[in-house]
Design a protein around this ligand. Sequence first.
Ligand code: NDP
Length: 386
Amino acid sequence: MAKVLCVLYDDPVDGYPTTYARDDIPVITRYPGGQTAPTPEAVDFTPGQLLGSVSGALGLRDWLEANGHTLVVTSDKDGENSVFERELPDADIVISQPFWPAYLTAERIAKARNLKLVVTAGIGSDHTDLDAAVAHGLTVAEVTFSNSISVAEHVVMMILSLVRNYLPSHQWVLDGGWNIADCVARSYDLEGMHVGTVAAGRIGLAVLRRLAPFDVVLHYTDRHRLPEEVERGLNLTWHASAQDMVPHCDVVTVNAPLHPETEGLFDDKLISTMKRGTYLINTARAKIADRDAVDRALRSGQLAGYAGDVWFPQPAPADHPWRTMPHHGMTPHISGSSLSAQARYAAGTREILECFLAGRPVREEYLIVDKGALAGTGAHSYSVNK
Ligand code: NDP
């Protein structure tokens, strides 16, 4: 029997919801490109309910406990005296979400003598030290594609909200004002602007597809080029590197994984090559942008706006400069954790557990590390220090 240690974000401050804004969510069975949505044998939750917080327990409790496994769910994840640290040494499986990541450092992996499987309920396993996971023969899996479209929608929302100056204008309404000139003095149309994505994988391509109807000029950089018919259909300009692409753009969106090649990419030097007044949207991982360089660029006017939902560390401390820098549209890490996304990644987590506990192979597209090496999606998206 397995001990499953699951780290989830806290319930809402007013308590776990008893009612919801909507009665149902659309049923998505396939993703763009044809991959099927998760196919667990069953789920014990109602899609559209809050699953990602402690009481939601990713809908796993009844099933795991009925099968004799132990499920420990906690939000207390950081520091030596945290519940996570105390429960880790005899855990067989660790699950957490990138929104509230259980940082599985090399030291923690060394302490977790029973650990065999690490699941990211969502996408992005950089909170796990993948070198250490490889060295310890762990399996690391994530629910590939479960929230890619959720993030793409968030990116489009943030681009429009920055370019059109939505949040400050809304604030004038909340404050009882009607200050049109104050609102529009920083408000532009997106139409005609050059928009570029760093990486055109699942999220980046979905962003490009969603932006095309806005009559913008689309650019991308990626290690592999998209098929020619996709480039032609969206009228895309490919650039060999982010360095080549960003000087052409009015808006840049970052949709690459965090790994040694992308860490610190948007530093003072790269930002200085962008057009004055570029908008930068980063929903990928915070460390792809240099925290203080972004702050400086917003204050100098080199960037006209910065938005995203990814921070380091998470949760971000109260004095994190991205909370107070000018012209930002940050949210907490929520883009991939809509109720719609939760239903998919909770089902995907269940599918991964069903397979792993029964000794069946986990879907190739969910694998990041397996059998002592990067595997599946991980072999494509990540790099480790050999
Ligand atoms: P994909 O693996 O589908 O796409 C990632 C793309 O990035 C690939 O095409 C890859 O290229 C490309 N890439 C990797 N390194 C570089 C580089 N140095 N320069 C240019 N391109 C590069 O991932 P997703 O689109 O699903 O997700 C992207 C990232 O978004 C995740 O890794 C995660 O960090 C983040 N994310 C954030 C969420 C949120 O809630 N905010 C939720 C989900 C994901 P190649 O084809 O050559 O491998």
